[in-house]
Each structure stands twice: as C-alpha cells, then as structure tokens.
Design a protein around this ligand. Structure first.
Ligand code: WTA
Length: 648
C-alpha cells in the first residue's frame, strides 16, 4: 500500500451541530465514557434493553479466539423482541410498517397486524415441516411480506438467508445449494420503473436445471402477474398463512443460536455466508439504532436500502422494530414516475429520520436541486448515510438541500460482517466532519494500523481494524471456518481485519478510504472481482480476465474488465455485448461490466500475478509509475494506448 502523508485542514471543515439538544449531548458523553472505561460492562448494561426469556450468565467468552461468544446462557427470540413486547401498551396500535409501492398504493401494518401475520406464517411454516435450525431462503422484493417472512423464520428458530432480488437465477441457485434450503419464500415479481421483475420465473430457472434441495416454494402475490405454479412444490403465501394458527409460540433461542446467514462477495469466486447469531446481534443493532438515530417514539423512519442487504436486515427490520419504531418501506425506484419520488414520500408521510447511500445522493445532485426544493421536507430532523465514503461536497449538499441545514448527518461505517454500526458520529456531538465517519461507537475499539501493525501516523493511510470483539459481530462463515480465519484474522493476531483502508486526521477523526482488497463497491454493493472474472473466463473466447473498480461519478466505482482472448478470437462489439450479458445473467445486473477492453496481454509480476493496480491506473487515466518489476513492461504501454483510443 502507498503511504500517503496528506494534511487535513479539518478544523475549518467542521460543521457545527445545528440541533444540539442538551439531553442528547449528555447521553453521548455518558455513553462514550462508559464504553471506553469498560466495554463489557457497557454492553452488559445495554443488554437490558432486550427482553430475555432466560437471563444470560456471562457477558463474553473470548477463550477460543476468534470464535467469540456473547451473553452466554441467555435465551431470547428476535421476533418476540421486535413485536410481542410492544403489544402490552398503546404501541400495539402504532404503525410498524408504512408501505408504499411504485404505483402509489399503500398499506399500513400496526404492531398488532404484524404480530398476527408473523404468527400465522410462522405457524404455517411449521406445519409445512420447517424445523428449528434449518436455513430458509428468502428471495423477495421490498414488500411487507419480506419482513413478515424474516420474522416468521426468526420466530421458529429457522435462520433465514435472504438473497437480494436483483440477483440472477444462477446466483440464487448457488446460495440455495450452499445453504441446502428445503424451503424458499419468494413473490410472483417485484416492481421497478413500471415494469415487473420476474422473481418466480428466476426461481423456476434456479430450481429447474439441476437437482435442487428445495421441496417447497412459497409465493407471495405482489405484481399479480400470472406465474406457473408447480403442483406439489409451489404454494401461495396466503394459503400457508391461512393454514397457520393465530399464535405460534416463539422458540427460545440460545444467545449464540444463528439468526441468519447473508451471502456477501469476497475475493474468490465463491460468496461467503456471513453468519450472525441472536443475542449479541440484537443488542448491537438495537443500541446503535437507538443512540445514533436518537430514536424518538413519534419518529417516522425511512431507510432506502433493500431488504436483501445487511442494511435492510439490521436497520429496516431488527433494529427499528425492536425499538418500536415506525418504518417506511418503499418498493420502487427513486425516479419513478419522476425524479422527486423520494421527496414526495418524505413529504407525504412526514418522515423524520432518513437513511440512504452516497450513490443515491450523487444521483440526486445530478438530477438537480429543484426536485427536493419543490417539496416540504421540514419534517426531517436527522439524516444518515451508509455504504461508501461520502465525499465532503456530497455530505454538504445532503446537509443543505435535504436537511435544510438543520439536521445532523450520521455517516455510519460498518459491514455485513460487523452487523451494526462501528464508526459513526452521535447526534449529541458538538460538530461533524463532512466526509469522515468520525469515531467509533461507544464500546467499540477501532484503529488504523500500518503494515507492521503499529498505529499509523496522523494523516497516513493504513488498514482499518477492530481491536476488540463487539456483540453484533458475525461468528463465522457458514461451513467455512478456514476462510473465516484466513480472511479476517490472519493479518494481525487477535485483531479483526476489515479490508478497508483509512486514515485519521489531527483531531482523531477516522476517514474511511474504501476497500483495499479485490472487492469493488458499486453503488454501495460489494462485488468481488474474482466472481466476475470466473464468469468471464467461462466464455469460450476468453483466455484470461482481470476486473477492476474504476472511479465513477455516481456509483463510486464502476466495473471495468480487461480480457485476453484465445487464439482465433477477436474482440468485437458482439463479443463485448455477449460478455456483459453473460455476467448479468450469472450474477445479476449489478455486476454487469461498464466497459470491457480486449487486450493481447495483461500486466503481471514475474511470478505471474496480475497487477490490478496498474489496470486501475490506466482506466482512471493516471500516470503510471515504475513498471520495471513487470514480466513484460511493454504490456502497460500497449494497453494504455488501446484504452486511450477506446475512451476517445
Ligand atoms: C463500505 C454495508 C465509507 C466499506 C453496511 C465497507 C463505507 C463496505 C461506509 C461494507 C461508510 C460502508 N463510509 N465506507 N460510511 N459504509 N462502507 O458489507 O468499504 O455491504 O467495508 O455493508 O462498504 O459493505 P457491506
């Protein structure tokens, strides 16, 4: 890694908290103090916010590093904590979910409604034979049935594996196979820009071609499109719910029993099944939501992430519902029917806390200030950002044009693996640093280390690590302990390696730079370069492929592929289109390369390793430094020449 010494003139960049409430300030100070004095005591204290059916005996067990365990001996149920416990008082009639679809149709589910639907489905699933401990795959759009399905699984102790609805049939098949799911919950389709996304059709393809472990497919009606139902295998969601009882006893889960797995891209072709357990996860997400978003009973909270990503799991479902919040759920695109759809939703429901991603904000900037300006956004009191580094200019635009210069902006850094926010400002801070996730959440210990494992100097880029375990951390990779150890715990002993680069400024604020491994962050979605490469080389014409992330104005990074062809094949527009289609078909549209360059050779070290850094520099038009260590230094100039002619 290049060590960059860059001075940050931070003080002048700070934005004073426009809404500093004395009580919130005191809470932030107190939490940080508690968290730094004794993290375990801090988390033990926080665990009181969750209802346990059996109290835990020991807060933490670190004897088998890095297979950590939290809240030992405790028992609880996540769905009980998200629903049942809100029913005792007036909250039972509070809106849990306000749903709007792209066509503008709406549905509201109170906590009582959610309770009934989760119980009915949970009971129906049990009757179908779903067992405690078995993984149920969910492949659904952003509709209340997705939340109901997740909570129903949690209720009966069946870990869910949600596969993002934008993934292709092939990607779905791989994940189903890996989890050996006998049950799959899906919908007829999803809505996107006035068209339907054929989810059930993808399911049929995924299950059709090979022997599949799936025995039952449960289909929710959403688009109303006609879908073929295979007799004996396919069932309507409503029929399963109708077969269930109004009450289904929540399973008492051990704190360390799995709550879900969520597949995420890594640096090999095979996605990683990130496994989260119940007790620590619930406490981690509950606490971070409560304090980072300064949760208030009367809030209307909207997180625009998809349920298929960790943000949807932690901060659409488990954290807000466990806090008894009202959650807006929107199925559709931000520019349908026009580019002010989000602002009209905020105005319509008087949303007070809004959580979105930098890639979306950059789009809004591009579309123009007139869209948010034409709506009354005065209900907003707090904003959040997640998924990528937010450039200071983008932060400031968000702060001004969406928040009206009166909402604190929480830039939350975290990962599928971390489960919960690890680095974020708090609404009780006196000022914020646009562009920096700022500082660890109370009780969390992060650091920026250099190659030798020492703390990096101020302004020096290093590796972002977490030095102490935290409750919502993933526990392992599903069926792959070795990869868990190698990927995250082999760089520094006993320290969690995040895969991100970061630096700390003079005031200690942490600036996350982005991934330093072979993972691309496209519009806040992680995609492994190896995953795309392995699809490209499946094509008969392709000999070798190297995929890189290239800076992109809106998406943060865009995918560029450098491809060498086998003897007798030539690069052509048709081949370009065929390769892009192949990737989209195998993984999903989100992985489709933006550009493909056919090259006679790829730059390699003498030991034969492709140097992606050089390809990235070429793609971004940077000056190329020393290439003498290359096997064939000529390769770079020839690719550069070719790339230049392609760009112009
Ligand atoms: C990036 C999403 C800078 C980072 C919750 C991380 C961020 C990866 C931020 C995890 C942020 C997420 N500032 N970078 N506030 N939030 N990232 O697993 O590179 O989809 O490693 O989890 O997103 O992506 P994942």
């Amino acid at each position: 890694m290049k060590h960059q010494h860059q001075k940050n003139d931070v003080a002048s960049h700070r934005v004073v908290n426009p809404l500093l409430d004395q009580k919130v300030r005191e809470t932030a100070v107190k939490l940080r103090e508690m968290g730094s004095q004794d993290p375990l005591k801090f988390w033990a204290e926080m665990s009181r916010d969750i209802e346990w059916s059996k109290n835990w005996e020991k807060v933490f067990d670190g004897s088998n590093t890095p297979f950590y365990r939290w809240f030992l001996g405790g028992q609880l149920n996540a769905s009980y904590n998200c629903i049942d416990r809100h029913l005792a008082g007036w909250r039972r009639n509070k809106a849990a979910i306000i749903f709007e679809d792209e066509r503008g149709e709406t549905r509201v589910l109170t906590y009582q409604d959610l309770y009934r639907e989760v119980n009915r489905l949970a009971s129906g699933l049990k009757k179908l034979g779903v067992k405690r401990g078995e993984v149920v795959t969910i492949y659904m759009p952003m509709i209340p049935e997705s939340v109901i399905a997740m909570l129903a699984c949690a209720r009966i102790g069946a870990p869910h594996s949600v596969v993002f609805g934008g993934f292709s049939a092939d990607a779905l098949r791989d994940r189903i196979q890996d989890a050996s799911s006998r049950f799959l919950i899906t919908a007829d389709g999803g809505m996107r820009r006035g068209k339907s996304v054929p989810l059930k059709q993808n399911v049929d393809i995924a299950l059709g071609s090979e022997k599949s472990p799936v025995e039952k497919v449960i289909v929710a009606r959403n688009t109303g499109d006609a879908v073929p139902m295979q007799q004996g295998r396919d069932l309507w969601f409503d029929d399963v719910s109708n077969s269930g009882e109004l009450y289904c006893e929540p399973e008492r889960m051990d704190a360390e029993d799995p709550l879900f797995i969520l597949y995420s891209s890594g640096t090999t072709g095979k996605p990683k099944g990130i496994l989260h357990t119940t007790g620590g996860y619930m406490i981690g997400v509950h606490t971070t939501y409560k304090y980072t978003f300064d949760h208030r009973e009367e809030d209307i909270y909207w997180c625009t992430a998809d349920i298929g990503w960790i943000t949807g799991h932690s901060y659409i479902v488990y954290a807000p519902l466990s806090n008894g919040a009202t959650v807006v759920l929107y199925e559709g695109s931000p520019d349908y029917p026009s580019q002010d759809r989000f602002w009209s939703i905020i105005e319509k429901y008087r949303v007070s806390v809004f959580y979105t991603a930098p890639t979306a904000i950059r789009l809004f900037i591009k579309w123009g200030d007139q869209w948010p300006a034409s709506h009354d956004l005065s209900s907003l009191r707090l904003l959040g950002s997640v998924g990528e580094p937010i450039n200071p200019e983008v932060w400031l635009w968000y702060y001004k044009h969406i928040g009206g210069e009166k909402c604190p902006v929480m830039d939350t850094w975290w990962q599928t693996e971390t489960g919960m926010f690890l680095i974020t400002p708090l609404p009780g801070d006196e000022s914020f640093v646009p562009g920096a996730a700022t500082c660890p959440f109370p009780g969390v210990d992060v650091a920026v280390l250099n190659e030798q494992g020492e703390p990096a100097e101020t302004g020096e880029q290093g590796y972002l690590v977490v030095r102490k375990p935290w409750p919502a951390m993933f526990r392992t990779l599903y069926k792959d302990e070795e990869r868990y150890l190698n990927t995250y715990w082999s760089q520094y002993k006993g320290i969690y390696f995040t895969g991100d680069g970061a630096k700390q400024d003079e005031e200690g604020a942490i600036w996350v730079i982005g991934r330093i491994d072979d993972v691309i962050n496209v519009s806040g979605h992680r995609i492994g370069t190896a995953e795309i490469e392995s699809v490209l080389v499946e094509h008969e014409a392709v000999a070798e492929a190297a995929v890189i992330g290239k800076k992109h104005e809106i998406k943060g990074q865009a995918i560029a592929a450098f491809v060498t062809l086998k003897e007798g094949h030539n690069g052509s527009e048709e081949l370009d289109a065929a390769l892009k289609k192949l990737v989209a078909g195998r993984i999903g549209a989100l992985a489709r390369p933006e550009e493909i360059l056919f090259s006679a050779e790829l730059p390699k070290t003498r030991s034969g390793k492709i140097i992606r850094r050089l390809l990235r520099d070429i793609a971004e038009g940077k000056i190329i430094g020393d290439t003498t260590t290359l096997m064939d230094p000529q390769v770079v100039s020839s690719i550069k020449e070719k790339y230049g002619s392609m760009e112009s």
